[in-house]
Ligand binder design. Structure first.
Ligand code: SF4
Length: 277
């Protein structure tokens, strides 16, 4: 059996209610495609036949995935339940899912909801990530199992990061895991000649800062380091909650597959060639 880190289903829509200054979708500008969800079942069955499993299945998008229709989300939920090759399932969201009662009810028990923040303080977070609704104070937010992606920026000290993370964990007991995030300047190619990549280089920590992050965290907490096949995963436990950091030593997405427009591809949009596996 081959175990991959994740299979990410990326919806092809650039609609989003946030305006993040580091938006990966806007950096890479993947071609818009029909989502071709009618092919999803066959592709997952093929993976199962190849004896491939994944740690995570992630519903993602080049925009906000929960803006897709209820029927499409249900299709994805039903098919991934049927072809059971995932340890855990997640939905990435701008926060919009917490305002869509039907879609939220549909997904909340099977999918961890993954949110991304730069700040504990909602006002500051809304300002920098360009959104208008403070989703973290909705009733639905409290009912969800949350994975918090915490984006690391240059304007804070490491002590400030840790203090904020502890505040999140203390205030929101439904946060089940925290992931420290460095930003990718371009996941498709090396071109950084766009305002989003430039913003990242100016304001964000990137994989070049990995050693600094690990050194700091190791001086503050006990990390477990698991050297897995494609990446090193560091983990610190605070009040029973894992705080993780994936060191992407290799190309972005190497341990991952993507379902996009009905095809299985990598982050460079190359088809996955099974005969080479
Ligand atoms: S939530 Fe995602 S798609 Fe929306 S602007 Fe931010 S990075 Fe881009």
């Amino acid at each position: 059996m081959i175990k991959y880190k994740e299979l990410e289903l990326i919806f092809s829509s650039f609609e989003c209610d946030k305006n993040c200054p580091y938006c990966t979708a806007k950096i890479t500008k993947w071609p818009i495609k029909d989502n071709c969800l009618d092919k999803l079942l066959d592709k997952l069955i093929l993976l199962k036949k190849k004896n491939i499993r994944f740690k995570y299945f992630i519903i993602s998008g080049n925009g906000e995935p929960s803006l897709n229709s209820y029927d499409d989300l249900k299709k994805v939920k039903d098919i991934t339940n049927y072809v059971d090759i995932f340890d855990e399932k997640r939905l990435q969201s701008s926060g919009n899912i917490f305002y869509e009662d039907d879609k939220f009810k549909l997904l909340k028990d099977d999918f961890m909801i993954e949110i991304t923040r730069c700040y504990f303080d909602s006002k500051k977070d809304m300002e920098i990530l360009g959104y208008k609704r403070d989703y973290i104070n909705t009733e639905n937010f409290k009912k969800a199992n949350i994975r918090l992606n915490y984006v690391m920026m240059k304007n804070k000290t490491f002590d400030e990061y840790l203090d904020e993370i502890k505040m999140f964990i203390d205030k929101y007991p439904n946060i089940k895991t925290v992931s420290l995030k460095t930003l990718n300047v371009n996941t498709l190619n090396d071109d950084t000649n766009n305002k989003y990549s430039k913003w990242i280089l100016e304001n964000g920590l990137t994989k070049r800062d990995s050693d600094k992050i690990i050194n700091y965290m190791s001086s503050r907490a006990i990390f477990k380091c698991k050297d897995e096949k494609f990446f090193d995963r560091y983990e610190w436990i605070y009040r029973g909650i894992p705080i993780t950091f994936y060191v992407k030593k290799l190309d972005y997405g190497y341990a991952n597959m993507v379902y996009y427009g009905g095809e299985l591809v990598d982050y460079h949009l190359h088809h996955i060639l099974f005969e080479e596996m």
